[in-house]
Write a protein that binds this ligand. Structure first.
Ligand code: PLP
Length: 370
């Protein structure tokens, strides 16, 4: 795809093409529209990407996280360690099950949870850690799984931004007790809305399946109290179409990132840890000067950009207020610094060569005006 040189380059470009539309219409014509054959096929196909025995499809990435915490039996009295530098869903789900989020700092190079910070926060109440593979770069799963094993903690991977990312060839979503993925339109692949939980544990997979469907395997033979987090077959059919292109799109994102790395020198470009396959959900640089002005210059050059995330989760009102009341404070210097500096540039697979050249030139121009 190539774009007109005067056209604005958006930071994300979700695809709903003819193949997605035809797949959705075909499902509607069958009348089997919820948790049917398309969902089963999508689960089975996605388990190759997650590298796990089982995948359980749900209606969002947030549901995938919440369902995982429910299935693992976490609730009031439990503390769950999360990075504060993430999308709010990572911590919202902890509160939604009645547990307490405990906020760890990040590694400034990868923007991911710092295992040493996580270790310093472990208490007798700690039940789990939720590492987020932010921007598509995997968290340090070697250190984190060692820490979790040492203290008997569960690991719930938030891989909502990291489809097909890997460490030494092992895909994310297969390191923890469970992995969770989102299929929201702006993610590396989508299903309109949707999510999946990946796991190698057959018993846990069964519990996840029960809990997503009112606690039922057989209709009206309820075994436990459950929710309705079912995926529709329309979503699953679209997800299958997208999954078929995920490899190609990931390679395109990586090639786009490579081009930007080579042609940008005025700001700090993304770090990639050894052995890691970064899937560039976001291509995120650090702007050490005036970020708003930097964005203005990009915009004047027709280049979109976005800040993920301007406010760390611990500073968001629902978390901040509760912590204030309890007199709990967090010491998260790298999180605060990153929130003030990060800027994500377009890296999506529909960028043309001339788009990429325009992005790099605009960044160099913005950088020179700092
Ligand atoms: C998108 C996202 C989620 C939530 O996924 P939804 O499908 O939007 O509910 C959770 N965590 C992270 C890090 C995300 O980027």
């Amino acid at each position: 795809m190539s774009s007109n040189p005067s056209e604005f380059i958006p930071p994300a470009a979700p695809r709903i093409g003819d193949a997605e539309i035809e797949a959705a219409v075909a499902v509607l014509r069958t009348g089997r529209v919820v948790q049917g054959p398309e969902v089963a096929a999508f689960e089975s196909e996605f388990s190759e990407t997650s590298g796990t025995e089982h995948c359980v499809a749900v209606n969002s990435g947030t549901s995938a996280l919440q369902l995982s915490l429910m299935a693992l039996g976490f609730g009031p009295g439990d503390e769950i360690i999360v990075p504060s530098f993430s999308f709010a869903a990572t911590a919202n789900v902890v509160r939604l099950v009645g547990a307490e989020p405990v906020f760890a700092d990040i590694d400034p190079r990868t923007f991911n949870i710092d295992p040493e910070s996580a270790a310093s926060l472990i208490s007798p109440k700690t039940a789990a850690i939720i590492p987020v593979h932010l921007y598509g770069h995997p968290a340090d799963m070697t250190a984190l799984t060692a820490l979790a094993d040492k203290h008997g903690l569960a690991v719930v991977e938030d891989a909502c931004q990291a489809h097909a990312s890997s460490i030494d060839g092992t895909p994310v979503g297969s390191f923890g007790s469970v992995g969770t993925f989102s299929f929201y339109p702006t993610k590396n692949m989508h299903a309109l809305e949707g999510g999946i939980v990946s796991t190698d544990d057959a018993q846990l997979a069964r519990t996840l399946r029960l809990l997503r469907n009112q606690g039922m395997e057989q209709r009206y033979a309820n075994e436990v109290v459950g929710a309705n987090m079912r995926m529709t077959d329309v979503s699953a059919a679209i997800g299958r179409v997208q999954l078929a292109s995920l490899k190609e799109w990931t390679l395109q994102r990586q090639a786009n990132a490579e081009f930007l790395n080579e042609n940008i020198s005025s700001v700090v470009t993304p770090h990639v840890a050894p052995g890691v396959s970064h899937v560039y959900h976001q291509y995120t640089v650090r702007v050490e000067g005036d970020r708003e002005r930097f964005q203005e210059v990009l915009k004047d050059e027709g280049v979109g950009s976005a800040v993920y995330y301007p406010t760390p989760i611990h500073r968001l009102k629902p978390f901040w207020d509760v912590d204030q009341e309890r007199g709990r404070t967090w010491d998260l210097p790298e999180t605060e610094k990153a929130a003030g500096e990060v800027l994500s540039l377009p890296v999506h697979p529909s960028l043309s060569r001339s788009d990429l050249e325009r992005i790099a030139q605009a960044v160099e121009k913005a950088g020179s005006r700092q």
